[in-house]
Design a protein around this ligand. Structure first.
Ligand SMILES: *Cc1c(COP(=O)(O)O)cnc(C)c1O
Length: 228
């Protein structure tokens, strides 16, 4: 077995243990393999061990890898910060975007997603701690943005995403993720709709995220090893 295949198995084991510990089903948590700064060959290796969804942060790097891997049926997720001028490429080449945090970007993605394609799956990125260095909409601006996205035909709102402050303890990580879970419940209730995706948890905090209700963990280093 390759190192990547072994790592994938370890991550699956972690997800299984965490879901069991909080009485959730293993199938309720999707694993997104974050392959930024890793070569196409590493993605191919993970794919051959059964991993189908991959997350990328940089548009040009992702397009290069898509070209090299076009013989595979990969589900591509964009998880990087979105520059307006790249929104057309993002809209056309990805199935999911996790980092929508302004109306302007939502409009551009909607405009550039072609009608031949299925609607683009969207998560709104929330800046839970109002950190200046991070993108994401404030908690207060999340509901209005969700409303706008719902009116856009080529977009399908799936839920919320966050990258909380890097806390040390499980309890701090858990409390932080719990705020995103609660915000998602509030928004679903106020808009009378179902949101099925909570994109939260990375290599260092995925266990706490699963306990707090994550339905999609974005894991890079635990699968592919440390990045440069
Ligand atoms: C890089 C990245 C990840 C993965 O982080 P790891 O620590 O490698 O698991 C997850 N989400 C986003 C948005 C990222 O940029």
């Amino acid at each position: 077995m390759t190192a990547i295949a072994q790592n994938l198995q370890l991550v699956h084991d972690k997800i299984r243990q965490a879901t069991q510990a909080c009485h959730r089903s293993f199938d309720d948590v999707k694993l997104l393999a974050v392959s930024k700064k890793k070569p196409a060959s590493a993605i191919r290796e993970a794919y051959q061990s059964g991993q189908l969804a991959f997350g990328e942060n940089y548009v040009q790097e992702a397009l290069d890898k898509m070209e090299q891997l076009k013989d595979l049926t990969i589900e591509w997720h964009f998880i990087g910060s979105i520059q307006s001028k790249k929104s057309s490429l993002i809209a056309q080449h990805f199935s999911w975007v996790h980092t929508v945090d302004r109306i302007k970007v939502a409009h551009l993605l909607n405009e550039h997603r072609t009608i031949e394609q299925p609607p683009l799956n969207i998560c709104i990125q929330v800046n839970l701690d109002n950190e200046l260095s991070k993108s994401g909409v404030s908690i207060a601006d999340c509901l209005p943005l969700a409303k706008q996205i719902l009116s856009m035909n080529q977009l399908r709102l799936r839920g919320l995403m966050a990258i909380p402050k890097p806390y040390e303890t499980f309890e701090q990580q858990y409390q932080s993720f719990k705020r995103l879970t609660e915000l998602q419940h509030d928004i679903a209730k106020q808009l009378n709709l179902t949101l099925d995706t909570l994109s939260m948890g990375m290599s260092a905090d995925m266990i706490a995220a699963i306990h707090a209700g994550s339905t999609l963990v974005r894991v890079g280093e635990a699968i592919f090893g440390a990045r440069q």
